[in-house]
Design a binder for this molecule. Sequence first.
Ligand code: ADP
Length: 455
Amino acid sequence: MSAAQLVNPATEQPLDRVEHTEAAAVDDAVARAHAAQRRWSRLAPAARAERLRAFATVVDAHVGELAALEVANSGHPVSAAEWEAGHVRDVLQFYAASPERLSGQQIPVADGLDVTFHEPLGVVAVITPWNFPMPIACWGFAPALAAGNAVLVKPAEWTPLTTLRLGELAAEAGLDPDLLQVLPGQGAVVGEALVTHPDVRKIVFTGSTVTGTRVMAAAATQVKRVTLELGGKSANIVFDDCDLERAAATAPYGVFDNAGQDCCARSRILVQRSVYDRFMELLEPAVSGVVVGDPASRDTEMGPLVSRPHWEKVASYVPDDAPVAFRGGAPDGPGFWFAPTVLTPNRTDRTVTEEIFGPVVTVLRFDDEADAIALANDTMFGLSGSIWTDDLSRALRVARAVEAGNLSVNSHSSVRYATPFGGFKRSGLGRELGPDAPLAFTDTKNVFIAVKEAP
Ligand code: ADP
């Protein structure tokens, strides 16, 4: 049994060692999940709803503990980590309503009765990345459980602690321990074993576009369902008719949230040429005002990057001769600190085209609405984006023209559990969250019952 040594990214001090699941143990986990799923799906919908509510209640009682674990393991600021743990509770509560609402249709036919059922898929796997371990895990397991499935969660190698704890809390809340299992381990071992297992009926994968492509190709050999949430390079479009002060004051939060390790990060700021100079004057103090430091402090707005290898990747985008407009502050080591950085490169630079996944934002000028739309769409990604304008017609025109799944006007909001979330183009496939998410964990069955003519 191999084990991984975890490291606190703010101090570089060792944390727990976590035992990795071996590929052979995945078979056993799937078999147990399969048996648990049969029992779960036969429960009355109201009983399943009640168990999910109980799970939410137990999570609520452990928000502080879960947040402290995430602060230590991922370096998230404590206020953000508390929000993330509370979000798990809210998502569970939201989908607790679903078992009693997943109704099929009755289709009019002349010769009998025709009805549809939304049958659970069976055992599904949720493979999560290291950037938002708790929210991303629950976006998969909450609607999947609500629809009558069993779930195996494979957390990312660097950040398994909160997911492991959520698995324990589910059992404390009375869920069958085999129904929601957490399998820490390597992507190439546990992740691949889940993707290729014939009894795992769906993969919900969140991570890089490169790995997501590999997962989709492997799943295709079994016509296995996939939902993919992949990378992003979202635009924050600032028109000259907007509230420029607000646009500049909030721009850092649109990209430096979670130290930029956020697939929804608005990492390309596009500013109309006529207000560019004024916007940059306003942006500079907003960036230097971002409080970067000890994630356990309530004043902290941005913590460290998650790991040394990731720090090195982000740093490679800001060499000594990079076109840095200005930077914020960050503590000296130890810890994987990276100062918020604003670059003014040309339109084809790799900092504009590639996902950096760190606190680095590029600012480009545009001339008019058509130019802004063309620039925003000049990417293989299409996850989110913001549009700053006081002209409602323009806001709607641009929102409809930008090829992305989640757009916000005069805001940087991306994720609300009641609304669907997911990407266009290579940012992903399928949608998570929103009222229809449980349906994505079902197959539709049509049953026709012939009725004999009256004698
Ligand atoms: P990163 O965001 O670090 O680039 P990935 O996108 O590769 O990471 O990883 C996201 C998740 O996918 C992690 O839980 C990782 O362990 C897992 N993973 C990595 N490779 C594979 C694979 N070949 N099959 C299934 N899961 C994988």
